[in-house]
Ligand binder design. Structure first.
Ligand SMILES: [Zn+2]
Length: 81
């Protein structure tokens, strides 16, 4: 298990279909796929999809991971080089 260097949260690295490794929150979330959704979800197979994190029970699309950048309290420091 890796940890975020700036906030210490547990993260996992998922290789996306574009070939980049993306740091994601270690805890998976249930998502509802939605092209107008507010969240970027990385599926366990590396596909990145737009989704909502809440929706109608029983209609969820599956389980995926949220980019840690979206939730890191120190996200700005990730953008600095
Ligand atoms: Zn962080």
């Amino acid at each position: 298990m890796a940890r975020c260097k700036s906030c210490g949260a547990e993260i996992i690295w998922i290789k996306t279909t574009s070939g980049k490794a993306m740091p994601c929150n270690a805890k998976e979330v249930v998502y509802w796929e939605n092209k107008d959704g507010k969240a970027n979800i990385v599926r366990p197979n590396g596909e990145v999809v737009r989704a909502d994190l809440e929706g109608e029970e029983g209609k969820e699309s599956g389980i995926g991971y949220i980019s840690h950048f979206a939730t890191c309290p120190n996200a700005n420091s990730h953008r600095r080089r």
